[in-house]
Design a protein around this ligand. Structure first.
Ligand code: TLP
Length: 348
């Protein structure tokens, strides 16, 4: 039986070239800034994203947390999307470790926030009832919004609103390269107006570990201190940085293949009776759908599809499939056949 793992792009394994790069990496103590491979990755990342500096972090979650801690103080408020990973999936780190409250603003279908919604969420100054708004957090691509792409114009529209009030803008760009590839825009242009951004090496880019936070020299210096404080100062971290360099050099353009496989998946799903899915929403490598009433629960669907060798995730009533480097059109066919069979069985 062919098994197909569509749970997430985080399941991607490092390539042979990455494993070789790990073995051969020149190493040093990164906490003292002496790991040449980490330094090279950080320089490459800052340059690629068009920011002054960068810091290698353990995960996307840690990158977002450090950005929030570097910008805000206890008692402050950040604005984040109602469907954001920061709000839903990061264990309330901002609240628990920073004493920071999150004010939610609606995300549009494909993730963008409306400037007027951001404007309305910013707290008026000078009133002791209100916490100061000290950061706007965007996400691109927006995982829970069908892996949707937020365009340069949409980003810049909300940046203007925030910057007019001296509020910095952070992007959770776990999959920012998917957005840039989709838009056929250089990534530094897409994030030109934002202050800082985290991107993940360990998702579609296939590196085993790590994310990079990029921003101004001053901001990155603060983030480094927070990284040390939360125990993220790693020693010979060039072992992690080396495959990250390979990821940046050779894995970005191929994300288009994941997008094309996701489109195949999406078009196939839309034709299966009992599946509720609009194929126009599948822009990058993430496909969400629901089950029509009468076809059983999502949990049952996930379990029974797993028995047919197809692994997927579900949350809050929706099922998610994610394409990545280990998924080919043949895997998509196998997955669609299995879903079709299962819907026949569940509909009875
Ligand atoms: N997302 C994971 C799960 O946590 C849901 C996934 O399988 O998609 N921002 C975004 C938009 C993400 O999707 C993720 C991971 C993160 C941040 C966190 O990255 P890590 O897992 O490196 O902490």
């Amino acid at each position: 039986m062919m098994t197909v793992d569509l749970r997430s792009d985080v399941v991607t394994l490092p390539t042979e070239e990455m494993r070789r790069a790990m073995y051969e990496a020149e190493l040093g103590d990164d906490v003292s800034g002496e790991d040449p491979t980490v330094n090279r990755l950080e320089e490459m990342a800052a340059e690629r994203l068009g920011k002054e500096a960068a810091v290698l972090v353990a995960s996307g979650t840690q990158g977002n947390l450090l950005a929030i801690l570097a910008h805000c103080r206890s008692g402050d408020e950040i604005i984040a999307g109602a469907n954001s990973h920061i709000f839903w999936n990061e264990s309330a780190g901002a609240a628990a470790l920073g004493g920071i409250q999150t004010h939610l603003v609606p995300n549009q279908k494909q993730g963008a926030m409306l400037p007027e919604d951001v404007e309305a969420a910013i707290r008026p100054g000078g009133d002791t009832h209100y916490p100061p708004t000290t950061l706007l957090c965007l996400e691109n691509t927006q995982n829970q919004c069908n892996g949707g792409v937020v365009t340069t114009e949409e980003i810049e529209g909300v940046c203007r609103v925030a910057h007019d009030r001296d509020i910095p803008v952070h992007v959770d760009g776990a999959r920012i390269f998917n957005a840039a590839v989709y838009l056929e825009t250089p990534v530094h242009e897409l994030v030109r107006e934002v202050d800082d951004i985290t991107f993940c090496l360990s998702k579609g880019l296939s590196a085993p570990i790590g994310s990079v936070l990029c921003g101004s020299h001053e901001f990155i210096a603060k983030a480094r201190r927070w990284r040390k404080m939360v125990g993220g100062g790693m020693r010979q971290a060039g072992i992690i940085a080396a495959p990250g360099i390979v990821a940046l050099e050779s894995m970005v353009e191929r994300l288009a293949v994941d997008h094309s496989n996701a489109r195949l998946l999406s078009q196939g799903l839309a034709q299966i009776s009992g599946i509720v899915h609009n194929p126009e929403t599948a822009q990058t490598n993430i496909v969400f759908f629901e089950l029509e009433g009468g076809f059983g629960t999502e949990a049952e669907f996930v379990r029974r599809l797993g028995e047919k060798g197809i692994s997927v995730n579900s949350s809050y009533g929706r099922i998610r499939m994610v394409t990545h480097r280990h998924i080919t059109p043949a895997h998509v066919d196998v997955a669609l056949t299995a879903v079709s069979q299962l819907m026949g069985e569940m509909g009875r």
